[in-house]
Design a protein around this ligand. Structure first.
Ligand code: NAP
Length: 310
């Protein structure tokens, strides 16, 4: 059996666990139990964001897990993200301090710029008019991200939803390299080009929406989720695995990290049990053939923003 690694090395020498728990839309009353359950099961990587509004509940789950001795702080790889209203350099460190306060932590392992485009600081978090856009350049934001590392508030910093040209611009100006680009990756959008581009620059890709956000909001016209594809369900039976496990195992084989979200105990367990089987070349070939370059999450309403990435 060809093993997939449980951690990947980052360009600053740290390691990132290849599977983490996603928490977008994990409601206040559910996320605390979900995080505690994930830690019990063996997850050591938790993904959140200021925008998700659940950092406080996640912090409460973490402090309980530290208190009862399930894990130590240094065992957890905690990720949060800077929202688009706070891209001015002066806001970056204070916003991370705010997230740390909610999480009850002294530092995060990874702090990401959530999107390359900015909104006005005093406007809505999801503006409906371009008059609420800000044209602050993400290079300025990146300087603030670097301050977070210098102040010891983030062990590492990275990007999310950045395209190749935007990554190249950051690399051309940075003092501290981004370690990760978190983007959507799933069988419908396997990002083979961007993954290669990032690997060539020693940047790890983290896959969001790995399960294509099954059952939840997506861009109009989105095809059927891969986990509902009868061929993938059949494939799973052969390995005594579910279609979701097949999809997650396929994504790990791309040399990336994945952050499936669930608030359901049985699924949190299921999504973690993907290290004990291997997919045949034919099955990988079929999963590859499903690529359509279609996104679940494209934020198309901001396509007129000068820093829109897609
Ligand atoms: N950087 C960004 O811009 C960005 C954007 C989107 C997402 N993210 C991050 O990536 C994470 C994952 O993406 P996502 O939450 O959008 O989508 P996802 O992980 O692809 O899908 C989550 C959905 O799948 C269900 N699910 C989970 N495991 C399952 C299984 N084994 N079988 C059947 N259904 C299952 C969950 O249901 P239950 O919860 O009800 O079990 C939930 O409805 C997010 O939570 C967030 O942390 C980042």
């Amino acid at each position: 059996m060809s093993c997939v690694p449980k951690v990947l090395k980052l360009n600053n020498g740290m390691t990132i666990p290849t599977i983490g728990l996603g928490t977008y839309k994990s409601a206040e009353n559910e996320v605390r139990e979900a995080v505690k359950c994930a830690i019990e099961v063996g997850y050591r990587h938790i993904d959140t964001a200021w925008f998700y509004g659940n950092e406080k509940e996640i912090g409460s789950a973490l402090s309980e897990s530290f208190r009862n001795g399930t894990v130590k702080r240094q065992d957890i790889f905690m990720v949060t993200k800077l929202w688009n209203n706070f891209h001015d350099r002066k806001n970056v460190v204070p916003k991370l301090r705010e997230s740390l306060c909610s999480l009850g932590l002294d530092y995060v392992d990874l702090f990401l710029v959530h999107w390359p485009f900015a909104f006005k600081e005093d406007g809505c978090t999801l503006p409906t008019s371009s008059s609420d856009y800000s044209d602050v350049d993400y290079l300025e934001t990146w300087e603030g991200m670097e301050e977070c590392v210098r102040e010891g508030l983030a062990k590492s910093i990275g990007l999310s939803n950045f395209n190749e040209g935007q990554i190249e611009r950051v690399l051309g100006h940075c003092r501290i390299k981004p370690v990760v680009n978190q983007v959507e990756v799933n069988p419908n959008n396997n990002q083979s080009g961007l993954i290669k581009f990032c690997k060539d620059r020693d940047i790890v890709v983290t896959a969001f929406c790995p399960l294509e956000r099954i059952g939840k909001s997506r861009e109009p016209g989105y095809p059927t989720a891969t986990v509902l594809d009868p061929k993938v369900i059949e494939m799973g039976k052969k390995y005594n695995k579910t279609a979701a496990q097949v999809v997650l195992r396929y994504l790990l084989s791309l040399g990336i990290t994945i952050i499936p979200k669930s608030v359901t105990r049985s699924r949190i367990v299921e999504n973690f049990e993907i290290f004990d089987f291997d997919l045949s070349d034919d099955d990988i070939c079929y999963l590859k053939s499903l690529n359509k370059n279609i996104r679940v999450s494209a934020m198309v309403q901001y396509k007129d923003h000068k820093h829109y990435p897609f």
